[in-house]
Design a binder for this molecule. Sequence first.
Ligand SMILES: Nc1ncnc2c1ncn2[C@@H]1O[C@H](COP(=O)(O)OP(=O)(O)O)[C@@H](O)[C@H]1O
Ligand SMILES: [Mg+2]
Length: 231
Amino acid sequence: MEKLYEGKAKVLYPEGKDTLRVYFKDEATAFNAQKRGVIPGKGAVNNQVSARLFAFLEAHGVPTHFVRTLSEREMEVLKVEIIPLEVILRYRVAGSFAKRYGLPEGKPLDPPLLEFSLKDDALGDPLICENAALALGIVDGKTLEEVKRLALRTGELLRGFFQERGLELVDFKLEFGKKDGQVLLADEISPDTMRLWDVNTGERMDKDRFRRDLGGVEEAYQEVLRRVLKG
Ligand SMILES: Nc1ncnc2c1ncn2[C@@H]1O[C@H](COP(=O)(O)OP(=O)(O)O)[C@@H](O)[C@H]1O
Ligand SMILES: [Mg+2]
């Protein structure tokens, strides 16, 4: 079957009338694709972690694009029109936010901070404020309110889910899309798109191991899958 789109982490193929098949790759990129590598087994982990989290969120009232798992590395999703915003929710200072303000990682953010960046690789996914997104017509007011409500609800649900598994959800990135006027949570939710810190040891259990050459990258991804699938 011919590819519809190949991105940095996934390949999209046509599947049903209104659906796509998403294939999760082992290729990893960081820092706007300046750093590239392979994390063996990552695709299978990210597919299965995403599937479990989408099903969990659906069961708790968050509408998602997830239809079903097709194989270890593939899922079927509803085809949506992606809203070109990366929706980021932060519970502690970390990553690019720490760098931006010259802060050490770890300070709690209370209330949690919702940020947006424009999904545009050529521009390096620049931070964008809500008013700019509205003024530029990237999203309308009603859609933006729904995106914010769903992102905050997703955060509450996922924080609890990971807390029960000995992991703290420190921050994460979501993408939303529209189908028939409805806002759906789309893309993926995986250790590529979340920061997860072990509650007991503080160890990084996410793509920061790859970004920062911390070692044990494959093992961390496998451990996250193991904990996500339990219970
Ligand atoms: N349900 C969906 N319908 C259409 N496009 C989607 C859906 N879910 C995710 N996408 C898009 O598919 C692409 C996924 O591939 P990925 O490798 O993550 O791409 P990128 O390099 O752009 O991040 C992204 O552009 C994402 O916005
Ligand atoms: Mg992506």
